[in-house]
Write a protein that binds this ligand. Structure first.
Ligand code: XIL
Length: 367
C-alpha cells in the first residue's frame, strides 16, 4: 500500500514538474479538428483562449457587420474585443472642424458593451485618414501652434466622449520611419517635428487617465525599426506617457521569423509596458510582386503552419500580451484585397469567405 501511495505521489509530482511552463493541455483534446466537429459545438477562440489566462482575442470591424446576423454570430462566438476598422479615425470622427460624428463608432462601442467585449480605440493621431483641413489655415499651411491645438481638441473631445468605455487607445500610429531616418517624414512631422507625438500622448493622459495609452506601428519586428521604436517607448515611458506597444502584425505565411518576433517582444517588454498584436493578418503573398492566386491546399497548409507558429509564440508571452486583434473577421472582408496591390484577392484570416473555419483555425485552437 505504502509503495502504491509513494509511486502515485511520485507520479503526480513528476507530471506537475513536466507540465510546468507548458500550455495547459486538457486530458483528452476534444477540440474540433474538422468543420463537421466545429458545427457540433458552440465554443470559439475565446473559450480556448480565456482572457484571464491568455489575452483578449479581437477583430476589427465596420459597423455594417452589426447588420449581418452571420457576422454577429461569428463575432459573439470567437471574439471578446473589438476595434473599429475605420470609424474611429479622424476623417470619420471630425470630418470638418468642430463637427464630430460619433454615430458609427458608438454603434460598435454599444454592441461591445452589450456583449461584454473590450474596445481598443484606433487611432487618435495618424498621417492617413486625416482630413486636409487639420493642416490648413485658409489657403496657407497651418502653423505648428494651430496644428497642435487642433490635435489637442480632437483627442480631448474624442476621449471624453468614449471615457470609461475604451480599454486602450492607439494614441499615435506609425510615427517611425522605415528607412534611415528616425521619424516618418509625414505631414505632422513636417509641421510640428516630433512634438506632435508628445502632445498627443500628453493630451491623452489628461483626457482619460484610466485608459491605457499605446504606441502602434507596423514592421515592428524589423530589427532597425524595432530599436527606433524602443527608443521612443523608453522616452515616453520616462515621461509617464505610455502603457503599451501595439505590433500591428500584418505578417505573411513566411515571415517574420520566430527569432525576430521574440527579439521584438523581449525588447518592448523590457520597457515595462504591455504588448498587443493590434492588427493581425497573415497574407498568402510573401511578396508584393506575387501574382494573384487561388486559395490552394498548399497555401492552406503553409498558412495554417504560420498561424500556428505565431499563436504558439503568443501563448508563451501570454503574461505580457493583453490582446491579439485580427484585422477583420473572415476572408470575405479584408483590406489586403486592395493593399499593397489593388484588386489582388487575399485570404489572410482564420475564417473563409463563407465564415467557415479554415485549417489555420483548427491549428490555432488545438494546442
Ligand atoms: C486600413 C483599413 O483596413 C482599410 O479599410 C482602410 O481603407 C485603410 O486603413 N494600418 C492601420 C490601419 O493602422 O488603420 C489600416 O486599416 C491598415 C494598416
Amino acid at each position: 500500500m505504502k509503495s502504491i501511495v509513494f509511486s502515485l505521489t511520485f507520479l503526480s509530482l513528476f507530471t506537475l514538474v513536466a507540465c510546468e511552463g507548458e500550455d495547459p493541455v486538457p486530458e483528452e483534446n476534444t477540440r474540433p479538428k474538422t468543420v463537421a466537429e466545429y458545427n457540433k459545438v458552440t465554443e470559439g477562440l475565446i473559450d480556448y483562449y480565456p482572457r484571464d489566462e491568455y489575452f483578449a482575442v479581437g477583430a476589427a470591424i465596420e459597423p455594417a457587420s452589426l447588420d449581418k446576423p452571420g457576422e454577429v454570430a461569428l463575432m459573439k462566438r470567437h471574439f471578446n474585443s473589438l476595434t473599429a476598422e475605420n470609424v474611429m479615425k479622424w476623417s470619420t470622427l471630425q470630418p470638418t472642424e468642430g463637427n464630430f460624428n460619433f454615430g458609427p463608432a458608438d454603434r460598435i462601442v454599444d454592441f461591445a458593451q452589450a456583449n461584454g467585449m473590450l474596445v481598443f480605440g484606433h487611432t487618435l493621431c495618424w498621417h492617413n485618414q486625416v482630413p486636409a483641413w487639420v493642416f490648413k489655415d485658409g489657403e496657407a499651411t497651418a502653423s505648428k501652434e494651430l496644428v497642435l491645438q487642433r490635435l489637442q481638441t480632437h483627442i480631448t473631445t474624442v476621449m471624453t466622449h468614449f471615457k470609461g468605455k475604451i480599454y486602450g487607445w492607439d494614441v499615435v500610429n506609425e510615427a517611425i520611419d522605415d528607412g534611415s531616418a528616425t521619424y516618418k517624414n509625414n505631414i505632422w512631422y513636417q509641421i510640428c517635428g516630433a512634438d506632435y507625438i508628445y502632445k498627443a500622448f500628453e493630451t491623452a493622459r489628461v483626457a482619460d487617465p484610466a485608459a491605457k495609452l499605446f504606441y502602434n506601428d507596423y514592421s515592428a519586428t524589423n530589427a532597425t525599426k524595432r530599436e527606433k521604436i524602443y527608443n521612443l517607448l523608453v522616452d515616453l515611458k520616462g515621461r509617464g506617457l505610455v502603457d503599451g506597444m501595439g505590433l500591428q502584425g500584418h505578417w505573411n505565411i513566411e515571415a517574420p521569423s520566430n527569432a525576430l518576433i521574440t527579439a521584438a517582444f523581449d525588447r518592448y517588454k523590457s520597457v515595462d509596458i504591455e504588448l498587443r498584436i493590434s492588427e493581425m493578418d497573415v497574407s498568402i503573398y510573401p511578396s508584393d510582386s506575387d501574382p494573384e492566386s487561388e486559395y490552394t491546399s498548399d497555401i492552406s497548409l503553409k498558412q495554417s503552419a504560420a498561424f500556428g507558429r505565431y499563436f504558439s509564440l503568443f501563448r508563451s508571452y501570454r503574461n505580457d500580451i493583453s490582446g491579439v486583434t485580427l484585422w477583420g473577421m473572415a476572408d470575405n472582408h479584408t483590406w489586403l484585397d486592395n493593399f499593397p496591390v489593388a484588386g489582388r484577392k487575399n485570404y489572410p484570416l482564420l475564417f473563409d469567405v463563407n465564415l467557415v473555419p479554415k485549417q489555420a483555425y483548427f491549428t490555432v485552437i488545438n494546442f
